[in-house]
Write a protein that binds this ligand. Structure first.
Ligand code: SF4
Ligand code: SF4
Length: 71
């Protein structure tokens, strides 16, 4: 499942776009709230969440089966 961006919290810094190795946010424009164009590519690495300077601006929805192995 793709990440979710809270439009009220996001400051459009683009760090999640830069850190994502899977181009989930491909096509996002600099200075704007990122768009999720390749949701199925997200493998829940958590990098975007960890790199985001605003707590809660981007969150993951971990599929139930993956919760058993998710750290
Ligand atoms: S969790 Fe990882 S793969 Fe998924 S959007 Fe964030 S950085 Fe990309
Ligand atoms: S890193 Fe966080 S604040 Fe920056 S664009 Fe992504 S969701 Fe928004």
């Amino acid at each position: 499942m793709p990440p979710v961006i809270n439009q009220d919290l996001c400051i459009s810094c683009g760090q999640c776009v830069d850190i994502c190795s899977e181009d989930v946010f491909f096509g996002s424009e600099e200075g704007r709230i990122p768009v999720i164009t390749h949701p199925k590519e997200c493998w829940h690495c958590n990098a975007c969440v960890l790199d985001c300077p605003v707590q809660g601006a981007v969150t993951l929805r971990i599929p139930l089966p993956m919760l058993m192995v998710y750290k």
